[in-house]
Design a protein around this ligand. Structure first.
Ligand code: ADP
Ligand code: PAZ
Ligand code: MN
Length: 899
C-alpha cells in the first residue's frame, strides 16, 4: 500500500506553522527575483508565421523595445493582401490576416543553443519571426457600409493598423483584394469608390471547395456530427477524405461533389435555402433579425401549421408505408383548411414550421445527391446552419432516415466562412498550403471583432478600446449567456419519418456565437514532438472533460478567480488601469466558462489542458504579462541550494539518487494553481514547507517505479549513461531550484547532456525559459558542476562573450542547455512544441516530465520512443482519487523504459 502523507502535511503545518508569514511578505517586498523581472520586459512572442515576404533590404524604424516597430521592406511587392471577401446574397464574410511584426527576440542563449542543436546547419527551414493570425468576421450584405467602415477603420485594405507599415508607400489604387460571391461583381465599383481598391473576382465554387479542403486538412476539430442534441467531433483521416459531398446552405444552396484539391463538380442545388427561411420568416412574423426568427422557432409548435398524417387519417397512423400519425404530411398544409388569417397564427409556430420544412428539404436533396454518386459523407456549411442545434439535428435526421444510416451528415465549425477562406487561399503567396495541423493554434479572444454588424471589434492592439468593448459585452452579457427557454415542439415529423428527439438548444446572439470561431494563429515554428511513439493516437488529456468533469473545473476555476485577479492587478503595479484590465479579464474568463458550461464542445474538442491554457491566454489578452511574478521565490530557494548540494554530496550514489527524486517530488508542492497548496503557503515559509514536505516523503509512493529507474541508472547504464536527457521543469522557486536542478546536476555528473525544457510564456508560477539562465547562473556560483556544464551549454554570460569560439574547444563537461517548449500553459500538448525542443529531442534518450500539469493532467498515458520518467505530487484530492484511487499529496514516480 502506498503511504498517505496528506493528513500529516496539513497537521504539521497547521501546528508548527500557524502565523508564520510567507517569506516574501516578511521581507516586505514582492520577492520578485530579477530573473523573473526580466520576463516582464522580454516576453517571448508565442506566434510566428511564414508570410512569404521579400525581406531583402529590410530596415527597422523605431527601437527594438517597440512592440511593433515599423519595418520597411523596400523590395516587397504589394501582392500579398491581408484581406479576402465573400460577398453573398445575405452576408459579407471577411477573412483577414494580421501580422504582429515583432523582430526576433533571439537572445544569445537561444542562438547558442540552436547552434549546439544543429538548428542552423541542419537545413531546417527558418521563418521570419512575424506572428500571423487569421480573423473571421461577417456583416449583413444590406449593411455594406458598415463593412466598408470596418475595413477602413482597421485599414485592412492597406495591411492593417497593427501591422508594420511596409506598404505605407503603396497607393490604394495599386491594391487588389480577392473577392468571391455575387457581390464581388455587384459592388466592385463601390469598393473602388469608397476604398480605392479593386476587387479581383474568384470563382465561388472554387473558393468553397478550397476553403473546405483547407479546414478539413488543417483544423483538428473542424467537422462534427450533430444527432439528437449530441455533438461529436470527427477526426478526419487525410488519406480517406475524398470524395465527399459539400452542401453550402447560404441564401440558396449549392451541392458540390468534391474529389480532391481543385477537383470538384457542382452537381445540384436548390433555391429553397437560408434566404427562403429568413425571407419568408420575416414576412410572416415581422421579426427584425434572423436570430430573432431562429429564437422564435425554439418555442414553436408546428402542429398548428403543418398537416399531419393523423390529420388526414382521422388520428390514425398510415402504418402500411411506415408513417405515424404525427408525421408531417404537408408543411403548412393545415393553414389551407382553416378560416384563419396569418395574424391568427403564433409567430413561434410559423418559424418552426418553416425551419423544419427547409431543413428537411435540404437534408433530403443532399441525401439524394449523395446516393446519386455513392457518397457516404456530406459536409454542410453556410450560415443558414448558424451553429443551431435544432437545424443540424433536423438535417442529420433527414440524411440518416432516408439513407437508412448509410450516409452521415457533418457540419463545419467555420460553416459560413468557406468561400471567404477560399478567396484568401487564392492569393498566390499566402503560404497556407504548407501549413499542417500542428502549425495552427486557435485562440478565442473576447475582444476579437465578432461576427455580426452591430458592435465592431476595436482596432487590434488598442487595449483600451478592447476593454470598452468588453464592458459593453458585459452589459449585454446576461442576455448573451442566459439560456433562452426552449419549448418542446409538440408534433413534428415529415415525409415518412418521425421528428428528431432533440429539443434544440440555446440560441446565442451573434456576439457570443462568435466565440465558436476563434482567431487562427499560424505558427510555422511549431512541430510535432519527434519522440512521441505514435502521434496519430496521442491524446494529451488524461481525463476527458465531459459535462461532469467540466462542472467540477468550472467551480475550481471560478473560485480561483478573485485571487488570481488580485495577483494579476498587483503584478502590474495595482494601478487603476490594471484594475480595469483585471475586471475585464475576470468578466472575459467568466464568460468563457459560462459558455463552456452550456456547451463543453463550443470551441472544438476541449480538454483540461485547453481550459487551463485559455485562462493564461485570457490574462495575456488583457496584457497581464506575468500575474505570478511576485511569488516565484527563486532567490529564497537559491539561498539554501548550497547547503542542499553539500548534504547530497555526502551521500553514496544510491542514497543520493533517492534523495534527489524525493527532492523533486517534495518541491513540486509549490504550485500556485492548487487551492490546497496555496492554503498551505499561509502556514509556513517556503523553506519550512519544503523541509516538511521532504520529511513526510514515505515510500512506497502511490506509483513507485524508483527501484526500476535506479537499476537503469546505476546498473544497466553504468557504463553507458544516457546521452541526453530532456527535463521538463514545472514551477519556479524551490521546485526548479531545489528539485530539478540538483537532479540535472546528477545527470551531468554521469556525463549526460541535460536540456532543461521550460515554458515559452508564463503560466501560473511555472518557470519560463527566459528566467532559467539567470537562475542557473546564480546556482553556478555555488557549484562547479553546474558552472562547467552551463558554460559548455553557452548559458553563462562569461561564456557568451566568446560565443563564436565556444564550440571549438572540447567541452570539459557535458553541456547544460535550456530550450523553450513553445507553450504558455501549465500542461503540454506534444503535438505542438517549439522547433527548438523538437531539435533537442533528436538525440535524447531520457525524458523527465515533472508536475501535475505536464505529467498527470496531460501525458500520464503518453508513450514515447525513449525512456520516460514522470514525477509529480498530486495536489488535488479529486484527481488523486480519480487517477490513482489515492489521496492529495500522494507522489507519483512512473518510469517507462523502452524495451
Ligand atoms: N445575422 C444573419 N443575418 C442574415 N442571415 C443570417 C444571419 N445569420 C445566419 N443567416 C442565414 O444565413 C444565410 C446566408 O448564409 P451565407 O452562407 O452567408 O450565404 P450567402 O453567401 O448567400 O450570403 C441567410 O440567408 C440566413 O438564412
Ligand atoms: C494547475 C496545475 C495543473 C499546476 O500543477 P503543476 O503542474 O504545477 O504541478 C494544478 O495546480 C492543478 O491541477 N490545480 C487544480 C486546482 C486545485 O486543485 O485547486
Ligand atoms: Mn506548475
Amino acid at each position: 500500500m502506498a503511504a498517505n502523507n496528506s493528513d500529516s502535511i496539513q497537521e504539521e503545518l497547521g501546528e508548527g506553522g500557524v502565523g508564520v508569514k510567507h517569506e516574501a511578505e516578511e521581507e516586505g517586498e514582492g520577492a520578485s527575483s530579477s530573473a523573473a523581472q526580466a520576463t516582464a520586459t522580454t516576453m517571448l512572442p508565442r506566434s510566428s508565421s511564414r508570410p512569404q515576404l521579400d525581406l531583402s533590404g529590410a530596415a527597422i524604424h523605431g527601437t527594438l523595445e517597440d512592440r511593433n516597430p515599423t519595418i520597411l521592406l523596400p523590395n516587397q511587392s504589394d501582392d500579398i493582401s491581408h484581406l479576402a471577401l465573400d460577398i453573398g446574397g445575405s452576408l459579407i464574410k471577411l477573412v483577414y490576416f494580421s501580422r504582429h511584426a515583432e523582430l526576433s527576440t533571439e537572445d544569445k542563449r537561444k542562438i547558442s543553443t540552436k547552434r549546439r542543436l544543429g538548428m542552423f546547419n541542419g537545413g531546417r527551414r527558418s521563418y521570419p519571426i512575424l506572428g500571423g493570425r487569421l480573423h473571421f468576421v461577417k456583416f449583413e450584405t444590406g449593411k455594406l457600409n458598415e463593412c466598408l467602415d470596418f475595413i477602413s477603420s482597421k485599414q485592412l485594405h492597406r495591411g492593417g493598423v497593427d501591422s508594420p507599415s511596409w506598404r505605407s508607400g503603396a497607393q490604394p489604387d495599386d491594391i487588389v483584394i480577392k473577392a468571391t460571391g455575387g457581390g464581388a461583381y455587384k459592388y466592385a465599383d463601390l469598393f473602388k469608390e469608397r476604398l480605392g481598391v479593386s476587387l479581383e473576382k474568384e470563382d465561388e465554387m472554387d473558393c468553397l471547395v478550397s476553403g473546405a479542403n483547407f479546414l478539413l486538412k488543417a483544423i483538428r476539430h473542424e467537422a462534427f456530427t450533430h444527432m439528437d442534441g449530441h455533438k461529436e467531433y470527427v477526426q478526419i483521416d487525410q488519406n480517406d477524405l475524398f470524395p465527399f459531398l459539400l452542401v453550402n446552405v447560404g441564401s440558396g444552396v449549392s451541392i458540390i461533389k468534391v474529389d480532391g484539391h481543385g477537383k470538384f463538380q457542382r452537381v445540384s442545388g436548390t433555391n429553397v435555402g437560408g434566404g427562403t427561411y429568413w425571407g419568408l420568416g420575416r414576412l410572416m412574423t415581422k421579426c427584425k433579425s434572423f436570430d430573432e426568427l431562429l429564437e422564435l422557432s425554439q418555442r414553436g409548435d408546428n402542429s398548428t401549421m403543418d398537416m399531419l398524417v393523423g390529420d388526414i387519417y382521422g388520428g390514425l397512423d398510415y402504418s402500411k408505408i411506415g408513417l405515424s400519425a404525427s408525421t408531417i404530411a404537408s408543411s403548412f398544409g393545415k393553414t389551407i383548411s382553416e378560416n384563419k388569417e396569418l395574424s391568427d397564427y403564433r409567430p413561434e409556430d410559423i418559424s418552426l414550421s418553416l425551419l423544419r420544412m427547409i431543413s428537411y428539404n435540404i437534408g433530403q436533396i443532399s441525401y439524394l445527391n449523395a446516393l446519386r454518386y455513392g457518397l457516404k459523407r456530406i459536409f454542410f456549411g453556410g450560415f443558414f446552419i448558424r451553429g443551431h442545434a435544432y437545424t443540424m439535428d433536423t438535417i442529420s435526421f433527414a440524411v440518416n432516415f432516408w439513407s437508412k444510416g448509410e450516409a452521415q451528415a457533418m457540419f463545419l465549425r467555420h460553416e459560413g466562412f468557406l468561400g471567404a477562406l477560399g478567396a484568401f487561399m487564392s492569393y498566390e503567396k499566402h503560404g497556407l498550403d504548407d501549413l499542417r495541423v500542428h502549425h495552427l493554434v486557435e485562440r478565442f479572444p473576447m475582444g476579437a471583432p465578432y461576427v455580426g454588424g452591430k458592435i465592431h471589434g476595436p482596432p487590434l492592439g488598442d487595449l483600451n478600446a478592447k476593454i470598452s468593448w468588453m464592458e459593453k459585452f458585459v452589459q449585454k452579457g446576461t442576455q448573451i449567456i442566459a439560456p433562452v427557454p426552449m419549448g418542446v415542439p409538440a408534433t413534428t415529423g415529415m415525409g415518412g419519418f418521425e421528428r428528431p428527439t432533440s429539443k434544440g438548444d440555446i440560441l446565442r446572439s451573434d456576439a457570443s456565437a462568435a466565440l465558436n470561431v476563434g482567431v487562427l494563429h499560424l505558427v510555422p515554428t511549431l512541430d510535432v514532438f519527434p519522440l512521441l511513439e505514435d502521434p496519430k493516437t496521442y491524446e494529451p488529456n488524461t481525463i476527458d472533460l465531459d459535462q461532469d468533469e467540466f462542472k467540477y473545473w468550472f467551480k475550481v476555476l471560478s473560485d480561483h478567480l478573485p485571487d488570481l485577479v488580485d495577483k494579476a492587478v498587483a503584478s502590474e503595479g495595482g494601478t487603476d488601469d490594471a484594475t480595469r484590465r483585471g475586471d475585464a479579464f475576470a468578466h472575459a474568463f467568466s464568460a468563457h466558462l459560462a459558455r463552456l458550461m452550456e456547451e463543453p464542445a463550443a470551441y472544438g474538442k476541449f480538454g483540461l489542458a485547453n481550459l487551463l491554457e485559455l485562462r493564461e491566454e485570457c490574462l495575456r489578452e488583457f496584457q497581464f504579462v506575468d500575474a505570478y511574478i511576485s511569488i516565484k521565490e527563486n532567490e529564497a530557494s537559491l539561498a539554501v541550494l548550497p547547503d542542499l548540494l553539500m548534504e547530497l554530496d555526502t551521500m553514496n550514489e544510491e542514497a543520493r539518487l533517492l534523495a534527489l527524486i524525493e527532492g523533486v517530488l517534495a518541491a513540486n508542492i509549490f504550485d500556485w494553481g492548487s487551492r490546497a497548496c496555496v492554503e498551505l503557503y499561509h502556514k509556513g515559509t517556503i523553506i519550512e514547507i519544503y523541509r516538511m514536505s521532504r520529511k513526510k516523503m514515505q515510500r512506497p509512493w502511490r506509483i513507485d517505479d524508483f527501484d526500476m529507474f535506479k537499476k537503469r541508472m546505476l546498473i544497466d547504464r553504468k557504463d553507458q549513461p544516457y546521452k541526453r536527457a530532456l527535463l521538463f521543469v514545472d514551477n519556479s522557486g524551490a521546485d526548479v531550484v531545489l528539485g530539478m536542478l540538483p537532479l540535472a546536476r546528477e545527470l551531468l555528473r554521469h556525463g549526460t547532456e541535460v536540456v532543461l525544457v521550460a515554458n515559452s510564456l508564463p503560466a501560473l508560477n511555472d518557470v519560463t525559459a527566459n528566467e532559467l539562465p539567470e537562475i542557473i547562473a546564480e546556482a553556478s556560483k555555488h557549484c562547479g558542476i553546474l558552472r562547467k556544464a552551463a558554460e559548455a551549454g553557452g548559458l553563462l554570460v562569461d561564456a557568451m562573450a566568446g560565443i563564436q569560439d565556444d564550440l571549438k574547444d572540447a567541452p570539459e563537461s557535458a553541456p547544460l542547455m535550456v530550450v523553450e517548449n513553445g507553450c504558455g500553459s501549465p500542461c503540454i500538448d506534444f503535438r505542438q512544441v517549439s522547433s527548438e525542443l523538437a531539435a533537442a529531442a533528436k538525440d535524447a534518450d531520457l525524458l523527465i516530465l515533472e508536475g501535475m500539469g505536464r505529467a498527470l493532467h496531460t501525458n500520464l498515458n503518453a508513450r514515447f520512443k525513449c525512456d520516460a520518467l514522470k514525477l509529480a505530487m498530486v495536489k488535488n484530492q479529486r484527481l488523486a482519487e480519480k487517477l490513482f484511487n489515492g489521496n492529495i499529496y500522494d507522489c507519483i514516480c512512473k518510469f517507462e523504459p523502452v524495451s
